[in-house]
Design a binder for this molecule. Structure first.
Ligand code: THU
Length: 138
């Protein structure tokens, strides 16, 4: 699975976002160590804190299926009209809560792919969540 392919899965998922409040659509595509793809989109709620991010939808769906080993996640985001047209401008970095959830399940060599299928950056967990809290701190 190439970075580009994983970003295409994320874009497809972003098109299914339920974002009537922010009008900002996010899609995530999570690649398991054995090559399966789980996708997620943001799902908003009239009670704003009940909103769930695209990344956590994908990760929780995979964990629910018994998956625990992941090699990469691709994340895309943009305004609803741009996402509908497949026009992505720039990177959509994951929020702090999603970084924490990624750190729970993802190996040190896990790759976070941000951007668009034709222009993206690849980051590590250490870059996105340096000195994070984990099981070793308890
Ligand atoms: N959002 C995500 O889905 N993932 C993130 O990591 C950042 C933010 C969503 C939540 C909300 O529906 C919208 O983007 C605007 O914050």
């Amino acid at each position: 699975m190439t970075e580009r392919e994983l970003l295409e899965y994320a874009l497809d998922a972003a098109k299914r976002a339920y974002a009537p409040y922010s009008h900002f659509c996010v899609g995530a595509a999570l690649l398991t160590a054995d090559g399966k793809v789980y996708t997620g989109c943001n799902i908003e709620n009239a009670s704003y804190p009940a909103t769930v991010c695209a990344e956590r939808v994908a990760i929780f769906d995979a964990v629910k299926d018994g998956e625990r080993s992941f090699s990469a996640i691709a994340i895309v985001g943009g305004k609803v009209d741009d996402v509908a047209k497949g026009e992505l401008s720039g990177e959509c970095p994951p929020c702090g809560v999603c970084r924490q959830v990624m750190a729970e399940f993802c190996r040190p060599d896990f790759k976070i792919i941000l951007g668009a299928p034709d222009k993206f950056g690849v980051y590590t967990m250490d870059e996105l969540l340096p000195h994070g809290f984990g099981a070793a701190n308890m």
